[in-house]
Design a binder for this molecule. Structure first.
Ligand code: BG6
Ligand code: MG
Length: 217
């Protein structure tokens, strides 16, 4: 019987798209005369598009009509789509396929749990869609990370109880969401930033298959 489920965030865990989100937000910020650094972009990781724009406008002390707000959301996404248009397998982060293939071989159920509304087309472009039993993305949740909803939906669809699910996340909000779901959280990135995670790795090259085995029940 399958008792363990693996849930992966997309941006910054499976593919290196955080840089494209940054460039698209930076373009809009420059246009609006708002200073926006790579450090500021850390607070945008795992955060919904709408919430990111709210934060950006708060940073600039701007309040705008809902029509203008929506127009900027569209503009940011159109710029982002231009960046991801030409994505292919070369943009999968190092050693991610090694871990996904191992889990697939062992028939361990896997889900994607992402805040992005662009998750599915990105997985198609990098040819990883077939690894996942289910995709829970930004089009399907009502409450954004750090709310646990996205991961709880994923666990439910996998038919695995939350405490037997392992979540791989690169964002503070994502680790908080996984912990709130009572799942085991694995932080991918700087350990001092993701200090609330149960386990920390800089990237997938540091993950041994014996560690994966130790998580499987
Ligand atoms: C998350 C990213 O995965 O998706 C965030 O970490 C991004 O930076 C969010 O804002 C929403 O993505 P999208 O593709 O729907 O704008
Ligand atoms: Mg992420």
């Amino acid at each position: 019987m399958k008792t363990t489920g693996f849930i992966f965030d997309l941006d910054g865990v499976i593919v290196d798209t955080a840089k494209y989100h940054y460039l698209a937000w930076k373009k809009l910020a420059d246009q609006l005369g708002i200073e926006f650094s790579k450090e500021d972009n850390e607070n945008f990781k795992g955060v919904s598009r709408k919430r990111c724009l709210e934060i950006l406008l708060e940073m600039g002390g701007l309040s705008v009509t809902s029509e203008q707000f929506d127009a900027w959301l569209v503009e940011k996404n159109e710029d982002y789509l231009l960046y991801i248009e030409t994505m292919d397998e070369t943009e999968i982060l190092a050693d991610v396929p090694r871990v996904l293939s191992y889990l697939k071989e062992k028939n361990i159920p896997m889900a994607l749990g992402s805040a992005s509304k662009n998750a599915k087309p990105i997985l198609e472009k990098v040819q990883l869609l077939s690894y996942f039993e289910t995709i829970v993305d930004g089009t399907q949740v009502t409450k954004a990370k750090p709310d646990p909803e996205v991961f709880l939906i994923a666990a439910n669809r996998l038919g695995i109880s939350p405490e037997h699910c392992i979540v791989f996340e690169d964002a503070l909000a994502g680790i908080a969401a996984a912990n709130a779901a009572k799942m085991i959280s694995v932080g991918i990135g700087e350990a001092d930033v993701l200090s609330d995670a149960h386990y920390n790795f800089k990237d997938f090259t540091e993950i041994n298959l014996s560690f994966i085995d130790s998580l499987i029940q």
